[in-house]
Design a protein around this ligand. Sequence first.
Ligand SMILES: [Mn+2]
Length: 359
Amino acid sequence: METRITALRRRLAERGADAFFSLDPAANAYLTGFRGTTSAVLVTAGSAVLLCDFRYTEQAQRQASGCEVVEITGTMEGRVGEWLVKLGSRSAVFEPERVTFSQHGAVHAAAPGIALAAAPGLVEELRQIKDAGEIAKIRTACQIAESALADVVDGLRAGVTERETAALLEHEFKRRGAQRASFDTIALFGPRSSLPHGEPTDKPLEQGDIVLIDCGCVVDGYCSDLTRTFFYGRIPGAWAEEIYLCVQQAQQAALAALRAGVTASGVDAAARGLIARAGYGARFGHGTGHSVGIEVHENPRLNALSKAVLAAGMAVTVEPGIYLPGQGGVRIEDLAVVTGDGCDVLTAGISKDLQVIGK
Ligand SMILES: [Mn+2]
């Protein structure tokens, strides 16, 4: 972990700042290894300090490395301000995406003489390139998601509800060693599959339903994200087969475009162009993918507006979809690590072929 703090110190020096502070659990986990929900991290040229309260002291002493663990009482923001003073800072920076307006005010009130400046993406940019240890954790999280999804889909029977299906998946994640789901599992049946991020309901599974499941889990602090779409009993119509095959081709085209040096917008265009040419451009209203790591949605995003150039070690999803309101939708999502000459798909263990299940 020392190297992450060293890299942050280099970035601090480049910006002419003498200190960094963070109250963000994801940034703090990245910098120190501490996985609790409440902490602060302060980094200067000579010090790295993790502040936590009584609930987390023992955990922080076990998990955090490369920093001094200090147990505090009172408000975290007040103690951050006091520690900035104690460390001799005159100009401190923070990630504006991750510090609230009220947190900023409270830190400033406790250290009125110190200039606080926004440094967008200061730690986020370090987090974009995953090291081998991080990729191993994401890979395990993908394997657990694949295996749980395959088992749950195998067991689907008419009458089971979306809500029960989502709960079963999350149970299977934990049974296989995951900490938790990386987000609330999306399980949508029939016409409800046209809701890109619909919430599971008590709708029961019926013959001819599309089954869209978007799920992921967390292993050792790292997330997976996986979507597959199936047909239960029969394909509901030619339209459904048509959009399935179109999404499958678009997803494959984006994966084929993925490698170090290409633009994120170019990968998005590879999927979007195919869907647009098939006449469904207006029915694919979200980006093609996003990065995944400590958080399930990280930068860079793979969408038309992104200015990012992809680099080896980025872990990104590729997840085009087509959604027909009132009829149904299809999304196929893989998670892949970008390499010099292509990508390594971490969710290749579960088929993307059109499948009629429950027969
Ligand atoms: Mn996703």
